[in-house]
Design a protein around this ligand. Structure first.
Ligand code: GTP
Length: 386
């Protein structure tokens, strides 16, 4: 895990009402972002961009380097620890295998929906236990849905998936690879997507913008107005015509800059995710999505009874069960892989600390000898006794 400090804008804990602040500070928070969308739409690149632009000294588990080159074939979890004053947030970013190029698309996205429900279910079961210490909470607080920059609009598959996601989780639509559209085409594409979202009644994330501070209200409004967020993903440092070095994509016509608000909404999205709206995303998940799930499930079954599996299509029952197992197993394996990596880091840290201690002891001994030498020298006496 890479312990990090977020930049001075902070994650807004200080602005929380006292009571909530106290509760969250005491228990710390798990914060999980999930990415989904078609294969090749730029999800993995986005994660790398997010981590390398916001987290100082971020070190990736080695596996991520390997996979940068290819397609995501299994769930990948990237973790970091965000810190603001005494408040810590454990950030998990889940990258899901892309869909859209499969013969039967249904197969590739149904486990994602099941996964979201399963996390609520697992949390609810743990909450019902007499001892609620050490609850494992992998509920997803924000789901970024990557839309291909086709210029046309949302595909029927996008609409179907987004509807299901939006009813379960804070859904944030993303227009990937914004550098492949002209600014005019991008604006038109954005508007088309907004129109479809409205017409199809797709529930996307929104939050109250009002704050006592006028500047904050304005900033919140401008962040939410940018939805669906256009992003350019790149971890490459390139040179602009005016000599700046920036993260971006170099073309013959110039550089598409990741953090330039004239080029894309990456900065606004990052702000929303890890600064201004992080706590709102956490609390709406708890108060709305989880609460809806809990109430729905409690109304349909007795206390402690397990969840009845719902199958959209009974023909898919076996396949769905198998896929769910694979998906959950992959998340578990990622967790284990990460724990091992974390353990290695702890062992390495302990070893370095020991080395440091022994070097300190040596320095102390040398200082003692030096002092003795100085003492003898001052008194004009002979050699030092060792
Ligand atoms: P799966 O792993 O198959 O789900 O794909 P993915 O969604 O994780 O896509 P990935 O990040 O692997 O990117 C696919 C290709 O698109 C790579 O060649 C990236 O370099 C490229 N790409 C990613 N982001 C951008 C972008 O913002 N602009 C452009 N032009 N290309 C991008």
């Amino acid at each position: 895990m890479a312990p990090v400090n977020v930049s001075s804008d902070g994650i807004g804990i200080a602005h929380l009402p006292n009571q909530k602040h106290k509760i969250i500070t005491n228990r710390g928070a798990n914060y999980t972002i999930m990415l989904c969308g078609e294969s090749g739409s730029g999800k993995s690149t986005f994660i790398n961009t997010l981590f390398t632009t916001s987290i100082k000294d971020y070190k990736e588990p080695s596996k991520r380097h390997e996979k940068q080159l290819g397609r995501t074939v299994e769930i990948e979890i990237t973790k970091a620890e965000l810190e603001e004053k005494s408040f810590k947030v454990k950030l998990n970013v889940i990258d899901t295998p892309g869909f859209g190029d499969y013969v039967n698309n249904y197969d590739s996205w149904s486990p994602i929906i099941e996964f979201l429900d399963d996390q609520h279910e697992s949390y609810m079961r743990q909450e019902q236990q007499p001892s609620r210490n050490g609850i494992i909470d992998m509920r997803v607080h924000a789901c970024l849905y990557f839309i291909r920059p086709s210029g046309h609009g949302l595909k029927p598959l996008d609409i179907e998936i987004m509807k299901r996601l939006g009813s379960r989780v804070n859904l944030i639509p993303i227009i990937a690879k914004a550098d492949t559209l002209t600014p005019k085409d991008l604006a038109t594409f954005k508007q088309r997507i907004r129109d479809v979202i409205k017409a199809q009644n797709i529930q996307i994330y929104s939050s109250p913008v009002d704050s006592e501070d006028e500047e904050v209200t304005h900033r919140n409004q401008s962040i939410l107005d940018a939805m669906p967020f256009s992003v350019i993903g790149s971890t490459e440092l390139v040179h602009t015509a005016d000599g700046r070095q920036v993260k971006g994509r170099a073309y013959s016509w110039g550089v598409a800059e990741v953090e330039n608000e004239q080029h894309c909404d990456f900065k606004k999205l990052r702000n929303l995710l890890i600064r201004s709206h992080m706590l709102d995303l956490i609390s709406t998940t708890e108060d709305n999505h989880y609460e809806n799930y809990r109430q729905r499930e409690m109304a349909n079954r007795k206390f402690g009874e397990s969840k009845a599996k719902k199958y959209d299509n009974p023909k898919h029952r076996e396949k769905e069960d198998a896929l769910r197992k694979v998906f959950t197993e992959q998340v578990r394996q990622e967790e284990n892989r990460f724990r091992q990596w974390e353990q290695q880091l702890i062992t390495e840290r302990d070893r370095l600390n020991k080395d440091l201690e022994s070097q300190h002891a040596q320095i102390k001994a040398l200082e003692g000898e030096l002092e003795q030498l100085y003492h003898y020298h001052q008194q004009g006496r002979g050699s030092i006794k060792r």
